[in-house]
Structures are given as structure tokens and as C-alpha cells.
Design a protein around this ligand. Sequence first.
Ligand code: ZN
Ligand code: ZN
Length: 153
Amino acid sequence: MNDANLIFNTIFPPKFFSFLNTMGIFLLAVLWIFSVSFVAKDLSKRTKDNFIKWLFIITAIALGPIGFIIYLIVRPGMTLAEKNQSRLESSMLIKEFESNICSKCSCLVKEDYLFCPSCATKIAVVCPNCDKIVRLNCKVCPYCGEKSMNNDQ
Ligand SMILES: [Zn+2]
Ligand SMILES: [Zn+2]
């Protein structure tokens, strides 16, 4: 029994364990700091909501690596940059769509139509200056700047 203890202590001196202990605590501390700073940084890209921000940061501070894993699972889906991008794209799509429907009957019309094929409403005029087709709601010709668009005819 004593012999076994002696052999064990020779192979693994108590200092070895205290070294492991220190390393473990050190690694854990690094992991902890990493978790909190990652969550804080990532959140500022994803949300402007201070309540959500602090909720996650406090979770990360309290739970460390576990809070970090929880954060990865439930974090807000898109970054703010991605959100802005998709909002821009959809508003552009809507604009393009609106410019291609008749204002009266919502029938699809082509860019170069002067009249709606469905309800015969006048939707565009020919610019008297450059002969380009210009939508009725334009104050001036977007191609040449002509001001006397025959909008009310
Ligand atoms: Zn129409
Ligand atoms: Zn023109």
C-alpha cells in the first residue's frame, strides 16, 4: 500500500497536479473571456435591442462556455448588414413591380406601353422632345429633361 503510494507519487508528484489545476483554471478563464467577448461582439452586429444584448451578455458572464453555446443556438438569425441588404432588395423589387402595373386596374404592363391593354387607361406619353416613352407620373422627361410633358391629355 505504502509502496504503491510512493511509486504513484514518484510518477505523478503533487506539484504535477497543482500545475494541471492551474492550467485548467487558466484555460477556463481564457474560454470564459473568449465566450463573453464573442457574444458581445457578435450581438452588436445582430441587434440594436439593448435588453436582448445585455440578457445574452449576462448569460455569457454567468455561464461562460455554456452561455456561449446557448447563445449560438438562440442568437438572432441575421446580422444587421444582411437584414438591410434583404430589405433593400425587397423594396427594389416592389418598386420595379409597381412601375410595371397599371395604376387603375393593376394589370401587368410593359415598359414601352402607352395604354393599359386591359382598361385602356393612358399610362405613358411620348416625350415631344426626344420621342422616348415616359410614364404619366413623371414631371419632366427622365431622358432629356423636357418639362412640357403632355400629362393631362
Ligand atoms: Zn389598366
Ligand atoms: Zn425627352
